[in-house]
Design a protein around this ligand. Structure first.
Ligand code: ADP
Ligand code: MG
Length: 703
């Protein structure tokens, strides 16, 4: 693992939070939980809001605003019944101000606010029974009153740790922040009009108005960019580490030419481009790490096949791993004969092999007689040994854990070097995710579909027009087309959904007077497969299904898809569903119905749902849809990214800082390209940046 060395100048920031003045044993765990273990973490804690205090008097107090009152304590009013609030009546020259506490001890409050004493109090002004009141006011003595901030940042607080205490700690932490030599390119800084790092950090803790708190505020952008650049640098370094691992040189030979001849099609431009990128990596003598992205049906298998063949032709072995038995088998059935024509022997390894088959196949792999192994998780088990594995291809890579991929990659032969990695993903992911999550991989994209597929016409209609849809569907079915009718899982209970799907199937049977099949997730597998098979073979014209058709169905004659409650699906999911039609040469259509009931008024569609459906109507480009989907999901962590290793950024928001992320990625490559070991003057500032924004809070990095 790569260690980020921690320059000495950062030591004060990397001291434990307990070293901060004011952090006693009682609040220590609270501070650690809120900010993190280090002084740096407190200095990097962003305020979440601000209070603007206006001087007020009892007579001109403005409800709903935060006022600052100069008052004299009149009397303490202890409630008669338990649970009622404790009050203090105070006066200024114009009238009464009531201070209210829910809970707390009267004794304590009395000590804080002795009768006849002068105090400044501040808080949100409320009016109750025509009395001016403040609940849980901030209190200042005359000595403290000189530095009551007019604008005060508000920090996330917890039970036992108030925003004001956090603010003090943040100021103390800030005082530990040294002046550091600038690491950003001066021209870029000037262009963005960003302050220095330290000024930005100072300003972070001193917002003067609401816009200062937004991700678009210049100081927040500066800090976000620092963070993004540090992360991109770390990823770029990992890329470099991988590249300096020697791996076998794989050269394209006659065999791949023979494979290309045997294929019933010629490669699309995008496929040819990907093949070229992979070949360049494989021939370089350094370990490849590449992600091949492309929608379902974009032709990833053919690209992978060429890499397998090249590897075999160069005298090495390769493995193709798929997440399910069915997928592995499909790959084997398609590829083995093709590879055979190129003189390459292929074996299949899954969990279902008989012991005898397994023994025989493992022996062939260990001896190097089999050049390609296709399989499931069975491939990375301990018993599997290769003679000289040089390439691991992972299909549907997101369905494997990182260490599962690594276990397969670890099966290389130390004598021949590292194992090249080609991972493939059928869910296009947006650039932002590509850079943040797979930043250490190179990426090839299949942005073009193989020819011969007609675009799918997509219409968006309210559910009220379902009668019309049924009529048009009838005409299409009568002329020999097949159709899917999707009823999503929408109710809280699966049985209700199921009932809805069954009722829909019955309706359609009655109205259309055709045979209607029903497939859903709760059916026994064999029964469902039988229905699917009937549909695939053309015996059933119409299939009503819940979302189970998403996975692995290929019926080219099915040219129509109706999706009910389309507004309740995610964008990516709708795209995957729609991908089931438009697979043949005939024109296809997808009808997205939105809204609840079959009758009645046109339902109103939420803005997000509207944009989602409109995006689908406009484009079939999986990459564009992925971008839009990601944007619509907004912040937070709806995809569970943090769990899957997505960095938990403190300042950066990959959606709102998208263009900064793209720039940081280019910047990181440029910096390391010029100065791989960061030995130049700028390099040394970059090292400070990397250490400062390194979230692994281990202390071992100190040098
Ligand atoms: P995916 O990217 O989903 O893995 P596949 O590799 O399974 O896609 O390809 C989908 C279908 O397209 C297959 O039937 C394949 O034979 C076909 N195909 C792949 N490349 C081309 C091409 N260049 N021209 C025509 N058909 C192609
Ligand atoms: Mg595939």
């Amino acid at each position: 693992m790569l260690q980020v060395m921690r320059p000495q100048i950062l030591f004060p920031l990397f001291a434990e939070v307990s070293s901060l003045k004011g952090v006693g044993p009682k609040i220590l765990p609270l501070v650690q939980k809120l900010a993190g273990p280090l002084v740096r973490d407190v200095a990097f804690l962003s305020p979440s809001g601000l209070i603007i205090r206006r001087p007020m008097t009892a007579v001109d107090a403005v409800e709903g605003h935060v006022g600052l009152f100069e008052i004299v304590i009149d009397r303490l009013i202890v409630p008669g019944k338990p649970g009622a609030p404790i009050k203090v009546r105070a006066i200024d020259e114009t009238g009464f101000v009531h201070l209210i506490w829910f809970g707390g001890s009267a004794q304590h409050i009395d000590r804080l606010l002795p009768k006849g004493q002068k105090r400044w109090v501040s808080g949100k002004v409320e009016r109750f029974n025509n009395e001016v009141q403040i609940v849980h006011p901030d209190i200042f003595t005359p000595e403290q009153a000189v530095d009551i901030p007019a604008v005060e940042p508000v920090y996330p607080a917890t039970q036992g740790l108030t925003s004001r205490v956090v603010r003090k700690l943040a100021q103390a932490a800030l005082a530990q922040a040294p002046d550091l030599a600038e690491w950003q390119d001066p021209a870029w800084l000037a262009k963005m009009r960003w302050p220095s790092w330290r000024d930005a950090l100072k300003a972070l803790h001193a917002p003067s108005s609401e816009p200062d708190l937004l991700p678009e505020a210049p100081i927040r952008q500066r800090l976000a960019y620092d963070e993004l650049l540090a992360h991109q640098l770390a990823l770029a370094r990992r890329r470099r580490t991988r590249k300096i691992t020697p791996a076998p040189r794989i050269m394209p030979g006659d065999a791949s030419a023979r494979l290309l001849d045997a294929l019933p099609f010629s490669l699309t431009g995008a496929q040819a481009q990907a093949v070229q990128e992979i070949r360049r990596d494989l021939a370089a003598g350094e370990q490849m790490g590449r992600l091949l992205q492309g929608d379902v049906g974009s032709g990833k298998t053919a690209v992978a096949a060429l890499a397998l063949v090249d590897t075999a032709a160069s005298g090495f072995q390769s493995a193709l791993m798929a997440p399910t038995e069915i997928l592995a088998r499909q790959h084997y059935q398609k590829l083995a004969p093709l590879l055979e024509t190129a003189g390459i022997s292929t074996i299949l390894l899954t969990g279902r092999d008989t012991p005898a088959e397994r023994r025989e196949r493992l022996a062939a792999l260990a001896a190097g007689d089999a050049q390609v192994a296709i399989g499931t998780h069975a491939l990375f088990q301990d018993a599997v040994r290769f003679d000289r594995l040089a390439l691991a291809v992972i299909d549907e890579q997101h369905r494997f854990g990182v260490n599962e991929r690594q276990r397969l990659q670890a099966k290389g032969n130390p004598r021949t070097g590292g194992v090249h990695l080609l991972t493939m993903s059928a869910t296009p992911i947006p650039r932002t995710l590509e850079l943040t999550q797979y930043g250490e991989l190179e990426v090839s994209r299949l942005t073009e579909k193989p020819p011969g597929r007609t675009p799918v016409t997509t219409a968006v209609l309210p559910q009220a027009r379902i009668g019309e849809v049924a009529k048009r569907l009838k005409a299409a079915l009568d002329s020999g087309a097949q159709a899917y009718w999707i009823c999503p899982l929408v109710a809280e209970s699966e049985s209700i959904d199921l009932a809805a799907a069954e009722a829909r199937a019955a309706d359609l049977r009655r109205i259309l007077k055709v045979e209607v099949g029903l497939a859903h997730g709760q059916m026994p597998g064999a029964e469902r497969e039988a229905v699917m098979a009937d549909f695939a073979d053309g015996r059933l014209p119409l299939l009503v299904a819940t979302t189970v058709v998403e996975v692995g169905v290929d019926v080219p004659n099915a040219t129509i898809m109706v999706i009910e409650h389309a507004d309740r699906f995610g964008l990516a999911q709708l795209h995957q569903l729609r991908g089931r039609v438009g697979r043949g040469a005939k024109a296809s259509a997808c009808i997205l119905l939105y809204g609840g009931s079959d009758t009645g008024q046109e339902p109103s569609l939420g803005e997000t749902a509207r944009v989602r459906l409109e995006t689908l109507r406009r484009t079939e480009d999986g990459f564009e849809i992925a971008e839009e989907d990601f944007r619509l999901r907004g912040g937070g962590d709806p995809l569970g990214l943090k769990q899957s290793g997505f960095p938990a950024y403190r300042f950066a928001d990959p959606i709102r800082h998208r263009s900064l992320l793209l720039a940081a990625s280019d910047d990181a490559r440029l910096i390391l390209g010029r100065d791989p070991d960061l030995v130049s003057e700028r390099g040394s500032t970059i090292r400070v940046l990397e250490a400062l924004f390194d979230w692994k809070n281990d202390r071992s990095g100190a040098d």
